[in-house]
Write a protein that binds this ligand. Structure first.
Ligand SMILES: CC(C)(COP(=O)(O)OP(=O)(O)OC[C@H]1O[C@@H](n2cnc3c(N)ncnc32)[C@H](O)[C@@H]1OP(=O)(O)O)[C@@H](O)C(=O)NCCC(=O)NCCS
Length: 165
């Protein structure tokens, strides 16, 4: 049974940080370099980075549990306009291919509606073909592309995708 819960404490955020490090190193090796993965995990998904995001930048995280065991996570940020930013949607390998992402996206749309938003948007690496297929299947459309300098000599080369609620 899949259960999706908003994180309530620091201990849960630490668990997400550990899972994030594992998932990122396992899923992005064919898309970006090992150096860039390490850099991005530290900058965006370490416990300290996520604490800063949740305390000062309006982000919140949800844990995804399969039979009580953490297997994925969602990162969200309500923008000041009518959009919800889907910052992270991650599942560990053993939990993929079972439709869990559809349940996660259903929860994302519920969260967006609860916050009075009219759309959900995200950025996805142009070479992350599986994620692009899943998002497209679930009704997202590519609306733009963006190259973001993230420091350290690295860039993110992404599509911006949007879902209208
Ligand atoms: C992206 C991710 C969360 C998707 O999870 P998943 O387990 O692979 O996807 P699911 O099996 O739950 O499928 C979700 C939906 O997409 C559909 N789908 C899956 N693969 C598809 C494909 N290749 N083409 C079209 N549709 C596809 C499924 O049928 C399902 O739709 P349905 O429920 O309406 O039938 C997961 O692959 C992941 O964590 N990847 C690594 C991290 C990542 O890249 N995250 C996104 C960063 S932007």
């Amino acid at each position: 049974m899949t259960d999706i819960q908003r994180l309530e404490n620091d201990g849960q955020l630490k668990e997400i940080a550990e899972l994030a490090e594992k998932i990122w190193h396992e899923c992005f090796t064919e898309i970006i370099s090992e150096e860039q993965i390490c850099y991005m995990v530290e900058k965006f998904q370490s416990y300290n980075a996520m604490r800063e995001q949740t305390e000062n930048q309006d982000y919140y995280y949800l844990g995804v549990y399969e039979n009580g065991v953490l297997c994925g996570y969602i990162g969200l940020k309500p923008e000041h306009d009518s959009r919800m930013f889907l910052s992270k949607l991650y599942l560990e390998k053993g939990s993929r291919g079972k439709g869990t992402a559809s349940e996660m996206l259903g929860r994302v749309f519920d969260e967006a509606r609860k916050n009075g938003k009219k759309s959900v948007y995200l950025t996805v690496n142009k070479d992350n073909l599986h994620a692009i297929e899943v998002y497209t299947r679930k009704g997202f459309e590519i609306i733009d592309s963006v190259v973001t300098d993230i420091g350290g000599g690295f860039v993110m080369d992404d599509y911006i995708m949007q879902y209208r609620l």
